[in-house]
Design a protein around this ligand. Sequence first.
Ligand code: FPP
Length: 253
Amino acid sequence: MSMKLPFFNNKKINKNEEPELDNIPKHVAIIMDGNGRWAKNRGLPRVAGHKEGMDVVKKVAKTAANCHVEILTLYAFSTENWSRPKSEVDYLLRLPKEFLHIYLPELIENNVKIKTIGNFDVLPEHTKEAVNYAKEKTKDNDGLILNFALNYGSRFEIIQAVKQIISDMNTSGLTMDKLDEHLFSEYLYTTGLTEPDLLIRTSGEQRLSNFLLWQIAYSEFWFTDVLWPDFTEETFMQALYDFQQRKRRYGGL
Ligand code: FPP
């Protein structure tokens, strides 16, 4: 027998309903999971799920912007995803280009700024070119930051931060007493961004999969069984609504 989680007992919302704009999470991070299962359920190749998932990205970005979310960070390709079959890896790394080819004009029109986190330099040239072009075109926008985690892995990020800190200690006068949580954060890919207030993972999995391990220390988690290609504006707004009911105490009372 399946038990209802408390947040499913809360009010259900629909997409025509105006969200209450107080206490909207500033930064929402999403682990977009379940594309492969969505495709398998329909007898389609896995990549069909990724393609469908790409269109959901656009819808969710639009809803996030409408709800005044400031940053939307999406786990599009992890450092572990290289171990998938080459054809799937190639497909996943073509998706940013395809997405931007279709949606960049609309993103620009809506004042969206494109950013990435992750080990960008080793991505294929065509991926880097498309993303760099979009970053350049949107660099002065001050609306929603649409932040793609591309070749992102939290442990790699932390190790490279530690290496850079050691290097700065050896060469740039950084001393041990200056190193605190705030300074450490500045060595991460997410420097300049606030920490996620809300972390969403789809498809019924409840793991972090090496995503933003440092940054989510105080994030609220929201899990849904919905597979990413089936994720809708309403699902997103339900997550925002449920976030608004949470009490964040940051270790206090
Ligand atoms: C996990 O589902 C999903 C990914 C590894 C890729 C996510 C990518 C997208 C949703 C498209 C990205 C779009 C842009 C614009 C870059 P899975 O394949 O692990 O699903 P499964 O667990 O059901 O097999």
